[in-house]
Write a protein that binds this ligand. Structure first.
Ligand code: SIN
Length: 328
């Protein structure tokens, strides 16, 4: 009897071992909306390279750029449904899931990307990564794109120049208020439609970081880009809390390590592209890049700053103060 039990146990172990050895790799779909030659596009490809080489046979990373699989309007729902496992929407697209992350949209809050980075890596920024947990989403890290610039078919030097113009914006109420503050008309539209909206003159202008202006060729169909640096466009890498917790213990830490390294790589790309794509746009002669004076910039600041107060209760004064502190 004992030898029968031993034999059964042995056979069970062999079967379990074989099952592990031949277990199908875990497929992780990473969906995003930008081109591959952008900070986020490069980060996603780097993550695939690192994760697959460090977890051979255990994970299969599929990257879908350019809204091929989902636009940002649907991707968070798709994560919760298990249709994709990773995405990195712009921080302006989380309003349905957390109000606090709206802090990143406040105009003229961060003086530069170094300040944004200090805030994200500090205690308040790290806490915001968990602000989606009660909605079933886990924030795994931030990735930079860069400071936003305004573009239009006419020169924008002061807020008065924006009056009555239609601007495409992301799905953020803060951005609605930001453009309403200068008597412009904000229109929430998906990123995948921006080029056509510009081309058909359904919108007059938009706000984008240099790498999106360049990689999506927006600069070719907007006559002017004003270097406003008035806000930030960064991303949060998110997954489903259930999926993440359910990963095998030997897979999850390696994946997180690969992701952290891919993010660091993507952030270097962001820094480099903020300069090189800006220069490419200037050199193209397809658009005119305008600099504004300090006095002109101050007019934008004064017009848009009341937006902070408007959203203070939703975001939390402590969070806004912590973001401001990061400028020092
Ligand atoms: C992105 O950079 O992911 C797109 C941002 C946008 O919708 O403007």
């Amino acid at each position: 009897m004992r030898s029968l039990t031993k034999a059964v146990t042995f056979a069970a172990c062999m079967l379990a071992g074989a099952a592990t050895a031949f277990a199908a790799p875990i497929t992780i779909k990473f969906s995003h909306v930008v081109a591959e030659n952008t900070p986020k596009g490069q980060m996603a490809l780097k993550f695939k390279e690192l994760a697959e080489s460090r977890l051979p046979g255990k994970v299969n990373i599929e990257v879908y750029p350019n809204s091929q699989l989902f636009g940002d309007g649907k991707v968070l729902e798709a994560i919760l449904l298990g249709d994709v496992q990773l995405a990195a929407p712009s921080l302006s697209k989380f309003k349905k899931y957390t109000k606090q992350v709206q802090v990143f949209d406040l105009p003229f809050l961060f003086k530069d990307m170094a300040a944004v980075d200090r805030f994200q890596q500090g205690p308040t920024g790290q806490k915001l990564l968990t602000s989606l947990e009660n909605r079933g989403l886990t924030g795994l890290g931030y990735i930079h794109n860069g400071m936003k610039q305004m573009s239009a078919n006419k020169p924008l030097r002061t807020p008065a120049d924006a009056e009555g113009l239609k601007f495409r914006i992301m799905t953020s109420d803060v951005l609605v208020s930001q453009f309403e503050a200068v008597d412009a008309i904000p229109l929430k539209k998906p990123f995948s439609e921006v080029f056509t909206l510009m081309q058909t003159k359904a919108i007059d202008g938009a706000e984008n970081p240099w790498s999106n202006l360049y990689s999506k060729k927006f600069f070719e169909i907007q006559d002017y880009v004003t270097e406003t640096n008035h806000g930030v466009l960064d991303y949060m890498v998110v997954t489903s809390a259930r999926f993440w917790k359910g990963l095998p213990a030997d897979v999850r830490p390696e994946l997180k390590k690969a992701l952290d390294e891919a993010i660091a790589f993507g952030n270097k790309v962001a820094e480099e592209k903020a300069m090189s794509d800006r220069q490419r746009i200037i050199d193209s002669n397809r658009t005119t890049v305008l600099q504004i004076t300090d006095a002109e910039r101050q007019q934008w600041v004064e017009a848009m700053k009341p937006v902070w107060k408007q959203f203070e209760r939703q975001i939390g004064k402590d969070i806004i103060d912590a973001a401001l502190q990061s400028n020092n």
